[in-house]
Design a binder for this molecule. Structure first.
Ligand SMILES: [Cu+2]
Length: 410
């Protein structure tokens, strides 16, 4: 037994000696690495300091370069009333965060240089500093409170709904993969009832035809809006999450299946006024819209407000795009008179098996006869200005069809 213990001790002592040898070997190699690390630290510190002016100048230069392209700057002043308020708030936030951004980055890179590891230098131990802690708590608290309170005020103004009985234009935007269906309430200004259970190939929005308010509702290809009038958009989706986004009007709202949302805004610049603003701004807006046609229309002349989907909703997300046209009130009324005949009900349901108003003379039809008769008397009828796009070229064709429907109804 004693022999075993002595043998174990000898083995352990041998192991310890070997380990001590290894440790001293490691220590010497670490001393070499330390020198290499110090060298690398010094280089990193110098490079970080050199990066500071390049980075800050790059940030400022890119902001100046993209200035005319950014919403809220250059010629892109908001085209809606609440948008101006939002842009102002964005600018305040940008100034505050911009100052913090620049100062913290100067401190970050300067400190990396100044306090890089040096031989024989020990880090100072500061347990706490009351003044410093009060300053870095109170200053951000006051700034954040200012931004948040202002944000809440602007949010409440932006999200305010319309008052009952207020004179507004209400339209509906229904999103689905991958298109927008924009429903106009027609002359009665009231959107008809819908029920998702009624949705089928012949009734894409699930309109309840028993509700007479549906009779004059029509689908717009371009979102036509009158200037200086409150617009309320009912927003919903059929399948997945989408987002109703009108960048020039600072309008953005999720379209959620099963949860109706809305947005109220007042466009205060017609498409033509916005185009004039772009023309006055000059620069790239004076270039030809099509580079292959140098004498063709300029970019400012072809500008259109746009509606886009701002939620990555699937493979065809990019194609959820429509134009928005803002026109003076008189032009809007004239447009409404022309396109009212695109009523979905009259063109697709009237007289069919599922028509609940079969055999009944409808007011809208009487009105159309009068319009048709007046149009026949006029030598040159005004052209339909609603522009067909690649997605739905229904507007013009439906006008043609509606004449057929009206004739059949008699
Ligand atoms: Cu979408």
């Amino acid at each position: 037994m004693n022999f075993l213990i002595i043998l174990l001790c000898i083995i352990l002592i041998a192991v310890i000696i070997v380990q001590i040898g290894k440790v001293s070997e490691l220590a010497s190699s670490i001393r070499g690495e330390e020198a290499a690390e110090r060298d690398s630290n010094n280089w990193s510190a110098r490079l970080l300091l050199a990066f500071l002016p390049i980075f800050l100048i790059g940030c400022i230069a890119s902001a100046i370069y993209y200035y005319p392209y950014m919403l809220g700057y250059g010629p892109h002043e908001s085209a809606s009333v609440h948008g101006l308020e939002l842009d102002h708030l964005f600018n305040i936030t940008l100034v505050v965060t911009g100052i913090v951004f620049i100062l913290t980055h100067i401190a970050l890179f300067w400190f990396s240089y100044k306090y890089a590891a040096k031989e024989g230098q020990k880090a100072a131990f500061i347990s706490h500093d009351n003044t410093l802690e009060i300053v870095w708590t109170v200053v951000p608290a006051i700034t954040m409170a200012y931004l948040v309170i202002n944000g809440l005020i602007v949010w409440n103004n932006t999200m305010a709904d319309v008052d009952p009985g207020e004179d507004i234009v209400e339209v509906e935007a229904v999103a689905s993969q991958f298109l927008w269906e924009l429903r106009h309430p027609g002359k009665d200004k009231v959107l008809g009832a819908r029920d998702y259970k009624l949705i089928n190939a012949l009734n894409p929005l699930g309109q309840d035809w028993r509700d007479e308010k549906n009779i004059d509702d029509f689908i717009m290809d371009t979102l036509f809006l009158p200037v200086d009038k409150k617009v309320r958009v009912r927003i919903t989706a059929k399948d997945v999450l989408h987002n109703f986004y009108l960048p020039h009007f600072r309008v953005k709202m999720d379209a959620v299946p099963g949860i109706p949302t809305y947005f109220v805004f007042t466009p205060d610049k017609t498409t033509e006024e916005y185009r004039q603003g772009l023309k006055e701004y000059g620069g790239m807006w004076l270039e030809p819209a099509d580079p292959e046609e140098p004498d063709g229309p300029r970019r400012w002349e072809t500008f259109e407000y746009e509606l886009a989907c701002a939620e990555l909703c699937g493979r065809g997300h990019y194609s959820m795009h429509k134009f928005v046209r803002v026109v003076p009130q008189e032009e809007y009324e004239a447009w409404l008179n022309r396109v009212e005949q695109t009523s979905y009900y009259l063109n697709n349901v009237r007289g069919k098996k599922n028509d609940p108003h079969k055999g009944k003379q409808l007011d809208i039809e009487k009105r159309f006869y009068e319009i048709e008769a007046a149009a026949a008397e006029e030598v040159a009828a005004p052209p339909v200005t609603q522009e067909p796009t690649t997605q739905e070229a229904t507007a013009v064709e439906v006008v043609k069809d509606s004449v057929v429907v009206i004739e059949n109804a008699h």
